[in-house]
Ligand binder design. Structure first.
Ligand SMILES: [Zn+2]
Length: 390
């Protein structure tokens, strides 16, 4: 139970050191299939320190051009089309090639999947997941399925019940549920409530659920006991938007060379990840910098460590938040989460009113949103009122 961290292409050294510290709140490291070959030492460190290991197969990205596939031998021609997998024999071959390459060091196997934009792809995903359970039973390892789909497809809650039940019936050990578009700091009450209701249905009818790429909503869902955990990248991937990711992938096709992702900087108390330029300005503002100090790890000795080394800072901040929550007995977690969200709201408002720098781009676009956390507070209140009147 806890946080799953997706290890990006440049993250393995930082993640390796972090795993050896056996941080509270860290549940799993998720490696990208295309990077596994040079990240095995990090995977070993996780194994030695009791952190679960999984491989993100990246299959949902192969249906669009622009993905560098030279490290993956999943299929003979790219982009692949889900319609190529109508026959069970083709499905079996795909399962073998995707799952068979996941190294022995993984603690859980991950079935191939495609973005489920309709009933056919949804059924194909279930077939691939079921086949993975069957084909790899002798490995003795549990199987995870990834269900990545438009949130709007789950508008009908009876449909959610059927899908969740189908995954449980297949014998899936855990499901990584990615709802698109969702997450970030600017979601309103309708979206938040719909996401939480979907998770409630998965809790009763489906396998244990990980809410994929939801740094903010995932934490509240964990506090409400709706999920086994949630995932983020290191300083990014705190929300999920499939069509945006695909647009970016198509655009990157025309560019050459790898461009690394600049991780955002996590601000303590405000509990939000912001762009580095804004973080630099705030950490250089004498009237607020001590409030932004981080007391964890190497940050305790250097006020500016969060902006200098955003990755280790992100890792200890985000996992400590989970560790702190899980220390509470279950019935107290929602209240603890409400208090954290309130504190974050107040501090963000203070930053917005007095400390957001006015130079450069407009102040308005740099203000730290509070819409998602306000919606989460309302959702917690609604549930505690329901519990009182029940
Ligand atoms: Zn720190």
């Amino acid at each position: 139970m806890g946080l799953e961290i997706r290890v990006g292409r440049l993250d393995h050294k930082v993640a390796e050191v972090f795993a050896t510290e056996e941080p509270r709140g860290l549940d799993a490291l998720v490696f990208e299939a295309s990077n596994v070959r040079f990240q095995t030492v990090c995977m070993e460190a996780a194994a030695a320190h009791g952190v679960a290991r999984l491989v993100e197969p990246l299959t949902e990205r192969l249906v669009e051009p622009g993905y560098k596939v030279d490290a993956l031998d999943y299929w003979d021609t790219y982009p692949v089309s889900p319609s190529e997998f109508r026959k069970a024999s083709r499905q079996a071959e795909f399962v073998e090639r995707v799952v068979g390459t996941q190294p022995d060091l993984v603690s859980e196997l991950v079935a191939p999947h495609f973005f489920a934009d309709g009933p056919e792809t949804l059924e194909l995903n279930q077939a691939l997941a079921g086949m993975t359970v069957q084909a790899f039973r002798s490995s003795g390892k549990p199987v995870r399925a990834i269900l990545s789909l438009p949130r709007a497809m789950f508008a009908d809650i009876d449909f959610v019940r059927n899908v969740a039940g189908a995954y449980r019936a297949i014998g899936i050990h855990s499901i990584d549920l990615r709802l698109s578009p969702l997450g970030g700091e600017d979601d309103g009450p309708q979206k938040i409530e719909s996401a939480l209701q979907i998770l409630e249905m998965f809790r009763t009818e489906g396998p244990p659920t990980i809410l994929g790429y939801q740094g903010e909503i995932g934490h509240t869902a964990l506090a409400l006991g709706l999920v086994r955990g949630y995932s983020t990248g290191i300083g990014f991937r705190e929300g999920f938007n499939h069509s945006l990711a695909m647009n970016r992938q198509r655009r990157s096709q025309s560019q050459t060379g790898f461009r690394g992702v600049t991780p955002g900087v996590h601000l303590p108390v405000a509990d939000v990840t912001v762009q580095r330029a804004l973080a630099n300005a705030l950490y250089n503002d004498p009237s607020i910098q001590t409030r932004l100090a981080c007391s964890l790890g190497a940050c305790a000795r250097d006020l500016h460590a969060p902006t200098k080394h955003p990755r280790p800072h992100f890792l200890h901040s985000r996992t400590a938040r989970v560790g702190d929550l899980l220390q509470y007995p279950e019935p107290w977690r929602a209240t603890a989460e409400r208090n954290r969200l309130l504190g974050a709201t107040e501090f963000r408002q203070k930053l917005n009113e007095h400390h957001i720098p006015t130079y450069g781009d407009s102040v308005k676009t740099r203000r730290i949103p509070t819409r998602t956390i306000a919606s989460l507070i309302a959702a917690i209140d609604r549930r505690s009122n329901d519990a009182k009147t029940a």
